[in-house]
Ligand binder design. Structure first.
Ligand SMILES: [Zn+2]
Length: 356
C-alpha cells in the first residue's frame, strides 16, 4: 500500500503539565509530540499547578496555549469543593468538567458529597462531565449522571467489571460515554512488573483478563485517548515515583499495528480517534486537516527522537507497523519529519454552540 490518509487524530485526555510542571513537559513540547503522533487536537486536563478551576486560571491557560501550542488545544475545568457555580459559568469555554473521584496525580481529588452533588446539579446538562472513577466510583458516577440527567464521560476505563457496567448503563439508556488508553489495551500487570516505575500509572495496568475484556467489548468503547502523562526519568526513578506515562507519539502506530493484526478495522480506528471525541465534546471539525501515514513502515518504538520532554516510552522495544509521514492542519503542513510551524500556530478550541 502507498500513503494512507486519515483524519487528524483528536486526543481527549492529555496532561501537558503547564503551568507548573514545565520540567516534565510544556505546551510547546507536548503539542509537538502530539503532531509527531498524528494528533491535531488535544484536550488538556486541569491538574496543573495552579490547577485550572476558575476564570483566572482558565484565562492563564488560554494565554499560554495561544502563545505556545503548535497543535490545537481545548481545556477541562477541574471540579473543587468550592467551585460548582464558577465552573458551570465556564462550561462553554471548556471541553468539559473533570472530576477526580479516585487517587491521582495532583491536587484535585473530590472528597465531599455536597460539592459533588452541586457539580452534578449545576454543570449544564448538554456538556460532558468527565470522571476519573475506578470500580465503585464508576458505579456512583453513573448513578449520579442518571439521577441528575447529566452527560457522563468515563476516562481511562481499565477493568472487565467496569466495561461490563458501562455496557449495562448504555443498554439502560444512560447518557454515558467512555475512553480506553493504548496502555490498558496493550499492557498488563506483568508488563508493570517488567517496567518498574515506568509502568506505573492511574488506573494501574490490570490483569490479562481485564485487558482482554477491553478488546472483547470494544463496541462499548467510544474513543481511545492517551492519558499522556509525562514525568522525568529522575522522578520515575526517585523514592516515590509519580503515576503516569507518555503516549501521544505512540498511539497511532500501536493502533495501526492492531489494524495490521486484524484486531481493529481502519474505519473503527478513525471513529475511535477522530469522530467520537469530536461528537462527545461537541467540538468543531478541524479544517483542511489530515495525517499521511506509511502503513507498511515497520519500526520499533523507543525513546530516540521522541519530542515529549520526558524522553521515554513504556512501549520501548515494541515492534509496530505504520509511521506518520506528514500532518496537515488548516491546509498547512504542520509536521513532516519535524514540526513545521511556530509556537502559536495551534488554536484554542471551544465547543460549537448550537443556537435555538
Ligand atoms: Zn489523566
Amino acid at each position: 500500500m502507498g500513503t494512507l490518509k486519515l483524519p487528524g487524530l483528536i486526543d481527549a485526555h492529555v496532561h501537558l503539565r503547564e503551568p507548573g510542571g514545565e520540567h516534565k513537559e510544556d505546551i510547546t513540547s507536548g503539542s509537538a509530540a502530539a503532531l509527531a503522533g498524528g494528533v491535531v487536537l488535544v484536550l488538556d486536563m486541569p491538574n496543573t499547578y495552579p490547577p485550572i478551576v476558575d476564570a483566572g486560571t482558565l484565562a492563564l491557560k488560554r494565554r499560554l496555549a495561544e502563545e505556545k501550542a503548535v497543535c490545537d488545544i481545548g481545556f477541562f475545568v477541574g471540579a473543587t469543593e468550592t467551585n460548582p457555580a464558577e465552573a458551570a459559568g465556564l462550561a462553554w469555554q471548556a471541553a468539559g468538567l473533570k472530576i477526580y473521584l479516585d487517587q491521582t496525580y495532583g491536587p484535585l481529588r473530590m472528597h465531599n458529597l455536597a460539592a459533588l452533588l452541586a457539580h452534578f446539579c449545576t454543570w449544564p446538562a448538554d456538556r460532558p462531565i468527565a470522571v476519573h472513577a475506578e470500580g465503585l466510583s464508576a458505579a456512583m458516577a453513573i448513578g449520579l449522571a442518571r439521577i441528575y440527567g447529566r452527560r457522563l464521560h468515563l476516562c481511562h476505563v481499565s477493568r472487565a467489571n467496569e466495561i461490563a457496567l458501562i455496557r449495562a448503563a448504555k443498554e439502560s439508556g444512560a447518557a454515558v460515554t467512555c475512553e480506553v488508553t493504548p496502555h490498558h489495551l496493550l499492557l498488563t500487570e506483568a508488563d508493570a512488573e517488567r517496567l518498574g516505575p515506568y509502568g506505573g500509572m492511574k488506573p494501574p495496568l490490570a490483569a490479562e483478563a481485564d485487558r482482554a475484556a477491553l478488546w472483547a467489548n470494544l463496541d462499548v468503547v467510544d474513543c481511545i485517548a492517551t492519558d499522556h502523562a509525562p514525568h522525568t526519568r529522575a522522578e520515575k526513578e526517585g523514592a516515590t515515583p509519580p503515576p503516569g506515562v507518555p503516549g501521544l507519539e505512540t498511539m497511532l502506530p500501536l493502533l495501526l499495528t492492531a489494524v495490521a493484526d486484524r484486531r481493529l478495522t481502519l474505519e473503527r480506528l478513525v471513529q475511535l480517534t477522530h469522530y467520537a471525541p469530536l461528537r462527545i465534546f461537541g467540538l468543531p471539525e478541524p479544517a483542511e486537516c489530515w495525517v499521511e501515514v506509511d502503513p507498511d513502515a515497520r519500526h520499533t518504538l523507543g525513546s530516540a527522537g521522541l519530542l515529549t520532554r520526558c524522553g521515554w516510552t513504556p512501549f520501548e522495544g515494541m515492534p509496530v507497523v505504520g509511521k506518520v509521514r506528514r500532518v496537515v492542519l488548516r491546509g498547512q503542513t504542520v509536521f513532516e519529519g519535524q514540526v513545521r510551524v511556530q509556537p502559536g500556530f495551534g488554536r484554542v478550541v471551544v465547543p460549537a454552540r448550537h443556537e435555538g
